[in-house]
Each structure stands twice: as structure tokens, then as C-alpha cells.
Design a protein around this ligand. Structure first.
Ligand code: DX5
Ligand code: ZN
Length: 221
């Protein structure tokens, strides 16, 4: 299997007024990438930040891999500004999008990788026809909108199905993932792990990141 275990902290529950310092600390402590949660108050009932903030962060952090998790009603609208802000992986939800192929193509043409996300209520079958154009598939393990929610173990059959059928696919999980739930995600076949509260709030971030990556890697053989 060629996929690798990667830990991408979500900075949603970090001190957003100190985003650069919080992000640098996470990267210094071994984070493989940063997962930036963009919410528009429409697709989800919460509001975070947009491309100006991501661009400012990119000015301070030149080399890290940035994923934006676009919890927005119209992901097509933000492709160009997010590419300009230095985003590497543009992950959007398929639910509000009419033409997923078109939006994916535009993301690629803007020089970013494509991530396709599904909410807990969306079947993996609804995503299947798009897998060939995706670099990453994101299976949400909470209802998107807020950090600090409880992990939904009943999403794991989606991850298992994806891993069985697509051994080389980057499969990401997001929501309520931490030391207590990592084994479940790893066993199911997830390899890209988003973790917010559990990492950001840890007294030893480095240890938590390393331990979770080791668990995930141990199942990727
Ligand atoms: C939820 C976000 C997640 C979340 C992760 O809408 O997409 O990235 O904030 O945070 P935890 O790990 O605290 O659930
Ligand atoms: Zn997220």
C-alpha cells in the first residue's frame, strides 16, 4: 500500500488571534499538514474565516501543506482566491454542488489538489463516481460546523468500504478524532487524520501526534 499516515491538526479550536504561532507550534511538534476549517454560516451554522486569513497565514508559514476544508454552499466561488492564498488541497463537500466534475477540474486548473467530503448523512455510494478525480476523500465523523463533538463510530463502514475498494486512496477522517478513537479509524483504513481539540488542547502535542501516527501506520501494511 502506498498511502502514508498523516496527522493534520484542525486549528478551529485554537486561539485564532494567535493563529500563526499556534500553527507553527503544531508543525514544530510534528504535524504533517494543517487542516483549515472554512465555514460560511450557510452550509453550516457557524462562521470561521476565509481566504484573507489563509493568505496571511501563508505569508508567515511558507512551506507547510495547507488543506482548506470548505464547509461552504458555493465552493466554486472560493477556488481562485484560495489558490492565490497558497492552499495545496481544496476539500469541498459534494452535497451542495451540482457539477462536482466541473468544480474539481477548476480546482486542478487552479493548481490545487482535490478533496471530496461527505457529511454523516451522505452515502459513500453518492461519492463513488467521483473517486477517480479525487486526490483525497474526506469522511466526516461528526456533523460539520463545530469542533469538540463526539466521534461517530457508525461512519466507519464507509471508510472500510473505501479502503477495501481503493487501496491506494488517501482517506481522511475528521471530527472527534483523538487518542481514544484513533484505533477505530486506523483499523477501518483511514490514513489522513484530522484532529482538533485532542491535539490543540494536549499538554504534549508532540507525543499525541506521534502516537496517533504510529497507530495509523501500523495498520497500513
Ligand atoms: C468540524 C470540523 C472539524 C473539527 C475537528 O466541522 O470540520 O475539522 O473542528 O475538531 P475536533 O477534532 O475537535 O472534532
Ligand atoms: Zn474539518
Amino acid at each position: 500500500m502506498s498511502v502514508k499516515a498523516k496527522i493534520g491538526p484542525s486549528i478551529l479550536n485554537a486561539d485564532l488571534a494567535n493563529l500563526a504561532a499556534e500553527s507553527k507550534k503544531l508543525l514544530d511538534n510534528g504535524a504533517d499538514y494543517l487542516h483549515l476549517d472554512v465555514m460560511d454560516g450557510n452550509f453550516v451554522p457557524n462562521l470561521t474565516f476565509g481566504h484573507p486569513m489563509v493568505k496571511s497565514l501563508r505569508n508567515k508559514i511558507k512551506t507547510a501543506f495547507f488543506e482548506t476544508h470548505m464547509m461552504v454552499q458555493n465552493p466554486e466561488q472560493w477556488i481562485s482566491p484560495m489558490a492565490d492564498a497558497g492552499v495545496n488541497l481544496y476539500t469541498f463537500h459534494i452535497e451542495p454542488v451540482d457539477d462536482v466534475y466541473k468544480v474539481s477540474r477548476l480546482v486542478q486548473e487552479a493548481g490545487m489538489q482535490v478533496g471530496l467530503a461527505i457529511k454523516p448523512g451522505t452515502k459513500v455510494a453518492d461519492l463513488e463516481k467521483y473517486i477517480s478525480i479525487a486526490d483525497v476523500v474526506l469522511v466526516m465523523t461528526v456533523e460539520p460546523g463545530f469542533g469538540g463533538q463526539s466521534f461517530m463510530a457508525d461512519m466507519m463502514p464507509k471508510v472500510e468500504w473505501l479502503r477495501q475498494n481503493y487501496p491506494n486512496l488517501d482517506i481522511e477522517v475528521d471530527g472527534g478524532v483523538g487518542p481514544k478513537t484513533i484505533e477505530c479509524c486506523a483499523k477501518s483504513g483511514a490514513n489522513m487524520i484530522v484532529s482538533g481539540t485532542a491535539v490543540v488542547g494536549a499538554t504534549d502535542q508532540r507525543q499525541v501526534i506521534k502516537d496517533m501516527r504510529d497507530v495509523v501506520q501500523s495498520y497500513l501494511k
